[in-house]
Design a protein around this ligand. Sequence first.
Ligand code: NDP
Ligand code: MG
Length: 378
Amino acid sequence: MSKAISLLGSTGSIGRQTLEVCEALGIPVLALTANQNVELLEAQCRKFRPSLAACMDPEAARTLKIKLADTGIKVFSGMEGLLEAAIVEGADTVLTAVMGMVGLRPTLAALERGKRVALANKETMVCAGELVTAAAEAYRGEVIPVDSEHSALFQCLQCNGARGEVKRLILTASGGPFWGKTRNELEGVTLADALKHPNWSMGAKITVDSATMMNKGLEVIEAMRLYQMPLEKISVVIHRESIIHSLVEYCDNAVLAQLGAPDMRLPIQYALTYPSREPGPASELDLLGCSSLTFAPPDEENFPCLALAKEAARVGGTATAILNGANEVAVADFLAGKIGFMDIPRRVEKAMSAVSVVQSPGLEDIFLADAAARQAAI
Ligand code: NDP
Ligand code: MG
């Protein structure tokens, strides 16, 4: 079990639930970070007494410093602040729950110090999964997934996963709020509709990603990188109820699944307690309350983001960073009311055809691809 953690993105949906888990399990929190939500970050600092706190936004960091002047908590700003938090002394685990590719450098910094990274921030794995796994191996750090599907796979792989006996990874997808709609109907959906996820309460960006099904596309790439599996050995199945969080099919056709109530506190906790399990705050699964569990094939025709993500995975190199960068700006524009819902896949596709791909990229190639994709997706 983690002795003490550093929490990046503490004011978000995953961040707040992580603090509930830490409080329930008595795990000390030594660093907290946010972008600009100073009010909540200050309250969290007063409650959890970390040794340092950081805001990405410099103005917010200045305000936080004044607010925490009586506490002795060191306050940092910008990427430097996130990096300080990632390597804070005494924390053996860094839970990265920031939104977007901004989580990449802190993840690498933590791994280079041999820490455990409990990874919610899937964009990092999508952009630079090979560099992340290489850093974990080189410095004896470890990456434990927090994303519910990948945590489910991780749990189902505990018995035989390392021995090459896995035939297929099966990721479940709720389908989001627009499942069953046609492309024409999707042209007219609103931001308010997109933010109504049927089963999960999450941050705005991932909620939109779930509605476009880009989230599942990102998760396919995340699974490839985490478990070193080729694209053709990863399937997606629509499972509206979000009770089965994912499945592993073995070579003898045994299929192991992990079930649970849709409650992120369980995968968050497992990433902190692994390899042991502890009683915790996650909700119990009421099996008798699940009248039926349903399965359907994904619809890549009406939800082109899933197909675009698979295409990026097939191309490899910086293609997945291009996909991700374009998607981040397109979703930000959709959230700002500047573009329509179906402009998201259109912009991602535009960036994917405009930006050239570099194979076997280093960190700089990935940042350049990300920047070019953000430009091309405007
Ligand atoms: P939220 O938007 O709720 O929270 C994001 C957190 O990151 C906040 O603390 C925010 O600070 C901070 N942040 C945002 N932008 C920046 C930035 N540029 N630099 C530094 N910090 C930043 O997101 P979620 O908690 O929903 O998701 C976080 C990550 O976890 C995402 O990668 C998501 O895909 C993944 N994930 C989330 C799940 C969920 O259930 N929510 C499930 C599986 C994965 P501030 O509050 O100040 O803006
Ligand atoms: Mg998920």
